[in-house]
Design a protein around this ligand. Structure first.
Ligand SMILES: [Zn+2]
Length: 115
């Protein structure tokens, strides 16, 4: 479990947990540089990562919005804070949503071991 989380945090391949998923800022490798699996299994594969991103936004911004609302922060201030957070989180959520989707997909439909 800890290995699994560390591999996600370090943006490593869901299959071998060694190869880098990204090779630069917002640039993904098409295949794993370590085990060679192709990350994008089919056309439209990353659509589910968009959904993962929405869930991540909800998990992060939901509690923050609730706390601000319960603190009686003015609504326009609350919207401004949430808007800034959405902008700041866009890139990290894009990156981690893709990696988390790779891990979910590997869990649901494991690729055959390659030797
Ligand atoms: Zn790999």
């Amino acid at each position: 479990m800890v290995n699994w989380l560390m591999a996600i945090l370090r943006l490593r391949c869901s299959h071998c947990r060694q190869g880098h998923v990204f090779r630069g800022f917002l640039r993904m490798n098409e295949t794993c540089p370590h085990c060679g699996i192709r990350y994008e299994r089919e056309q439209g594969y990353w659509m589910m990562s968009v959904f993962v991103g929405y869930v991540m936004y909800f998990v992060i911004l939901g509690p923050i919005s609730l706390v601000l609302y319960l603190q009686k922060v003015p609504l326009m201030t609350l919207f401004a804070i949430v808007g800034v957070l959405i902008a700041l989180l866009a890139v990290p959520i894009f990156i981690y949503a893709r990696v988390i989707w790779l891990y979910i997909d590997e869990l649901l439909d494991p690729r055959p071991k390659q030797n």
